[in-house]
Design a protein around this ligand. Structure first.
Ligand SMILES: [Zn+2]
Length: 202
């Protein structure tokens, strides 16, 4: 019976969680779709040439967010903390837009590994605040502020050279396509003084 409904998309608001409405807008909860499915779908990321995106799926192994849809394993259907984590990704996707989200996510994986990649670190930090305290905060504003911080502050996440490289990656990507983008990502990480291409989380 569960299987019969597994592919029917619901919305987060229809799940009836009590805490999420204090952290996200009504619009976000009503417009974010939820699909319970196992195994989780693998987005067609190979088609954009980013092998590292396999980590995207392995990392959040109980859930994955793709644009405006959260895919969860059915065993997690009542895990409000996991919904919270994936909703942080929903806001990231929305604020960055798909192109910039994918670029930033790929770059983060390449340079920092899954758990320390900036977009994941943001989701995990916010999730642990949500899980560890009843203190209410505006999660959407938090994401906007942190993304703004990442874009403005080279000190925190990227050196000036890396940041310049990121700009070049964007330009290269627009002009020569995915091969250029991949080599841009790689060269950026090689300049990262040893944090580089290591993946400490695995
Ligand atoms: Zn995540």
């Amino acid at each position: 019976m569960l299987d019969a409904n597994a592919h029917v998309a619901q919305t987060v608001s229809s799940r009836g969680f009590s805490r999420l409405p204090h952290y996200f807008t009504k619009h976000t909860l009503a417009s974010t779709k939820v699909v319970l499915v196992d195994p989780l779908p693998v987005p067609p990321l190979a088609s954009i040439g980013l092998k590292r995106f396999a980590d995207f799926v392995r990392g959040d192994s109980n859930g994955i967010t793709y644009i405006d849809t959260i895919f969860l394993k059915p065993t997690q259907s009542k895990n409000e903390n996991l919904y919270f984590h994936e909703l942080i990704h929903i806001i990231q996707w929305r604020l960055l837009g798909p192109d910039r989200f994918l670029l930033a996510y790929a770059n983060g994986l390449e340079c920092f590994g899954y758990r320390q990649s900036p977009l994941e670190a943001m989701a995990y930090d916010a999730e642990s605040e949500f899980a560890g305290s009843t203190l209410i905060f505006n999660a959407e504003k938090l994401v906007a502020e942190k993304l703004g911080l990442q874009i403005r502050s080279n000190l925190r996440l990227y050196s000036a050279d890396q940041y310049a490289a990121l700009g070049q990656v964007l330009i290269v990507n627009q002009t020569v396509g995915e091969t250029g983008m991949r080599s841009g990502l790689l060269s950026m990480c090689l300049g990262d003084n040893g944090r580089g291409t290591a993946n400490p989380s695995r």
